[in-house]
Design a protein around this ligand. Structure first.
Ligand code: CDP
Length: 221
């Protein structure tokens, strides 16, 4: 059966370029974009602000259940600390379940949508007609993230950012709930040696091919 809306799933590890690629794909294909990492960042930050235990699935799950779209605009969600808090609460099944509906509603927009995260092609939208798994070496990702954080005014050493990235890869890939893994039908896009222009161009070609296949399947129905 053909899937009726054109969802583009963009997954991959921290600082792989998936966020920028998702934004570019949204502009190219005229689709709204959801950075699902912001949901987990918001739950992490709000759980900490509430003085609740980040390792308690019930506490973090309750906060996830009350999350609203307006809470995603907070610049505090973009910090290095927020990334770490996000990956701690993201291990809880209760948190992930509470965030499911928000993501499903976003994905169900009539023309389609772009969602970027860790489990979009595997758990959130396994039927997505276009799937990318964006990656790069930890060293290159750490350099990108280090520059980004410096640009935001965060004073942090490259070695510490690299250590964060390795820790987050291990936690996100090793968790029991929706681990970060490439979906078998996701196209691998290794951006290690690519500029952002080259990566966006490669992503566009992958998605154009997927869209042609999806359109053909719609017509065949
Ligand atoms: O920007 P960066 O790739 O560093 O992180 P992010 O996409 O904002 O995600 C922050 C954290 O949220 C990740 O390390 C994951 O633990 C978690 N996350 C997740 O589990 N599932 C998603 N769909 C998105 C993020």
């Amino acid at each position: 059966m053909a899937v009726s809306s054109f969802v583009i799933a963009v997954d991959g590890p921290a600082a792989s370029g998936k966020g920028t690629i998702a934004t570019r794909l949204g502009a190219m294909f005229g689709l709204p974009v959801l950075d699902t990492g912001l949901l987990y960042r918001a739950v992490g930050v709000l759980t900490e602000r509430a003085g609740a235990d980040l390792d308690d699935p019930d506490a973090a799950g309750a906060i996830a259940g009350m999350l609203s779209a307006e809470q995603l605009d907070d610049p505090a969600l973009r910090t290095r600390a927020a990334g770490e808090l996000a990956s701690r609460v993201a291990i809880h099944h209760k948190v992930r379940e509470a965030l499911l509906e928000f993501q499903h509603v976003f994905a169900a927009q009539p023309d389609g949508a772009v969602l970027d995260g860790r489990d979009i092609g595997t758990v959130i939208c396994p039927e997505a007609p276009a799937k990318l798994y964006v990656t790069a070496t930890p060293e290159v990702r750490a350099e990108r993230r280090w520059k980004q954080l410096k640009g935001q005014g965060e004073d942090v050493a490259y070695a510490d950012v690299l250590a964060d990235i390795r820790k987050r890869d291990a936690r996100d890939g090793g968790r029991d709930a929706a681990p970060m893994v490439r979906a078998p039908d996701a196209e691998l896009l290794d951006t290690t040696e690519m500029t952002i222009e080259q990566a966006a161009d490669a992503a566009r070609r992958i998605v154009e091919a997927a869209r042609a296949r999806w359109k053909a399947s719609q017509e065949a129905d």
